[in-house]
Design a protein. Structure first.
Ligand SMILES: Cc1cc2nc3c(=O)[nH]c(=O)nc-3n(C[C@H](O)[C@H](O)[C@H](O)COP(=O)(O)OP(=O)(O)OC[C@H]3O[C@@H](n4cnc5c(N)ncnc54)[C@H](O)[C@@H]3O)c2cc1C
Length: 569
């Protein structure tokens, strides 16, 4: 039986509480602190283990260092890349503010790679009209994360580390805190806050083949959903064109930016047929679909295509892509200096997320979101490589500043006792269960079936069947069994809670997927609706949670300057 005491109780109160300590969370916390608020962060991982640290290839801002560029051009590329589903007011703010944010990061100590004149170097990335991706070799996320962590320590910000945030607490129309499970000591802990910022990252673990870490389980999105906040554009999951066969580890777009080419089994550079101008640097949705088409037509190699870097030469590979070489040598024994790398599309980035305005505000008073968990929406139906890291910084900063300003004008409200009692009862029921199904079988079935039925290409019959599969898995989850009843690092418990998030999120993705009867960006329906349909679907999907089930609504897209046009590369 259960050995753990739940003891839900308020352990602290802050002006601003940030849930998540990746790039978005740390940047938000720094901005909120600098605006005068008392700030703390909650994170299930140590901050520098956050998945932002895995980012490799680059971060986009129109510095124009290596070729003429402008924020206007960055904004247009992003709008076109989004297949016109991105909100253009948000995209304009994003492109205008990105260069200033990069210089600030540099002043904080980010060591960016340099060009021959000593300026910050910029490499070409997919669907960008100029070389725009700023980088630190191919460990850009690692460098950014360490520098932001230094800034966090410099300000002595409190981090509730290894706290698993489980529920948002609302008091009427406002969010007033967060209830977490203390991973190190056990027990439920409540933290009160005048404003809360969700920055919990993505949900790639919904899919069997993904570049995402085990921690990317969509917790924050589901916390918001359960608190009555709509989730936007969830049907759009990006499949990255170059994930290593068979492990799914990311091979950065920087490889193609440096001149890498994609070949099929016949040695043909097949992108010449699909995107004659941009070739391998067409947008990710286009390149991934082209690869899968080749593989499905029998021109693949073991379910993959080949990424060829050999012509770049040893020196360039060693200096610009050392991390890639290390990964291929370690995991496949392949040295890209001598051999091409087998790659295939894999789930990578969730364009959808918590519906926010351009300052990260949600419809629930006091609740904000930033980074991959949020949908501002800058990426629309397809994100451009390099835009996500920039989004974490620019919109993390904006959300932090806005949340601080709101908090400083608010009286503190206590966390209602009823919320803690309810959470204790719910967790107690889970821990007291002595028979049932282990979480892993449900989790594996979910990931396998999502990959198969709601992946790169979508078909009505498969989506219908996936809705039933997910409903069945949710039913089985009601009797999920947590065997470990202990209180110290009970990963059995947290994995069960994460699975709950994944299941609810999957249910919410399928509804808009089925309803969106068109092909746009990452949502491709080749058989029944192969074209984009602006008349009926130039709109965001919005899912809310009603009586434990997803309910679908829609919301207009903001168009400022760029009318939808055909998208060719
Ligand atoms: C392999 C890889 C390479 C990439 N390369 C690039 C690139 O080159 N350029 C680019 O622009 N983008 C890239 N991306 C995308 C980009 O890195 C991510 O979208 C971005 O870093 C996400 O940052 P984030 O702060 O939103 O989330 P994360 O960095 O994932 O941080 C999430 C935080 O939330 C915390 N958390 C989550 N759930 C809970 C919970 N329940 N309780 C408490 N804490 C919680 C975690 O502990 C963590 O601190 C890449 C992505 C991957 C997977």
């Amino acid at each position: 039986m259960r050995r753990v005491g739940l003891n839900g109780r308020v352990i602290a109160e802050h002006d601003v509480l940030v849930v998540g300590a990746g790039l978005a969370g740390m940047r938000a916390a720094i901005a909120a602190h600098d605006a005068g608020a008392d700030v703390a962060l909650v994170s299930k991982l140590h901050p520098t283990r956050s998945h932002s640290g895995a980012a490799e290839g680059g971060i986009n801002a129109a510095l124009g260092n290596n070729a003429a560029d402008s924020p206007e051009s960055h904004a247009f590329d992003t709008v076109k890349g989004s297949d016109y589903l991105g909100d253009q007011d948000a995209i304009e703010i994003f492109a205008d503010e990105a260069p200033g944010d990069i210089y600030e990061l540099e002043r904080w100590g980010c060591i960016f790679s340099r060009d021959e004149n000593g300026r910050i170097a910029q490499r070409p990335f997919g669907a960008a009209s100029s070389p725009r991706a700023i980088y630190s070799a191919d460990i850009t996320g690692h460098v950014l994360l360490q520098v932001c962590y230094e800034q966090l320590m410099k300000r002595a910000l409190r981090v509730y580390e290894e706290f698993y945030a489980w529920k948002l607490v609302s008091d009427g129309d406002r969010c007033v805190g967060v209830i977490s499970w203390d991973l190190l000591r056990g027990g439920l802990k409540s933290i009160g806050a005048k404003t809360v910022i969700l920055a919990t990252g993505g949900a790639g673990r919904l899919y069997a083949g993904t570049t995402n870490a085990y921690a990317c389980t969509g917790d924050g999105a589901v916390m918001a959903l359960h608190a009555g906040v709509p989730l936007k554009d969830l049907e759009f999951m990006q499949f990255h064109p170059t994930t290593l066969f068979p492990s799914g580890i990311l091979i950065t777009e920087g490889c193609r930016g440096e001149g890498g080419t994609l070949l099929n089994a016949e040695g043909e550079r097949f992108m010449e047929r699909y995107a004659p101008q941009k070739l391998e640097l067409a947008s990710r949705d286009v390149v991934s679909r082209s690869e899968q088409t080749e593989i499905d037509a029998g021109r693949g190699v073991n379910g993959s295509v080949l990424l060829d870097l050999r012509h770049l030469g040893r020196e360039r590979i060693v200096s610009r892509l050392p991390g890639t070489r290390e990964v291929t040598l370690t995991f496949l024994g392949i040295d890209p200096i001598n051999e091409p790398i087998p790659v295939r599309p894999g789930a990578h980035y969730h364009m959808g997320g918590v519906d926010t305005d351009v300052d990260g505000r949600t419809v629930l008073g006091g609740l904000y979101a930033a980074g991959e968990v949020a949908c501002v929406s800058v990426h629309g139906a397809n994100r451009l490589g390099g835009n996500s890291l920039m989004e974490t910084i620019t919109f993390g900063r904006r959300a932090g500043a806005a949340a601080a300003e709101e908090a400083l004008g608010q009286p503190a409200r206590p966390v209602p006792e009823g919320a803690e009692r309810d959470a204790e009862r719910e967790l107690g029921e889970l821990l007291d269960r002595t028979a049932g199904e282990r979480p892993w079988s449900i989790r594996d079935e979910l990931a396998r079936s999502m990959h198969e039925n709601f992946g790169l290409f979508r078909r009505e019959e498969q989506m219908q069947s996936q809705i039933e599969i997910v409903a069945g898995l949710r039913e089985r989850y009601r009797s999920v069994l947590v065997e470990d009843k202990g209180s110290v690092f009970n990963t059995d418990l947290t994995q069960a809670l994460e699975l709950g998030s994944l299941l609810d999120l999957a249910a919410c993705m399928l509804e808009p997927g089925l309803a969106r009867e068109e092909s746009r960006g990452a949502h491709s329906r080749p058989d029944d609706f192969p074209e984009r349909d602006d008349e009926n679907f130039l709109r965001h999907s919005l899912v809310t949670w009603e009586n434990g089930e997803p309910e679908l609504g829609w919301k207009p897209v903001t168009v400022t300057k760029w009318q939808p046009a055909a998208r060719t590369y």
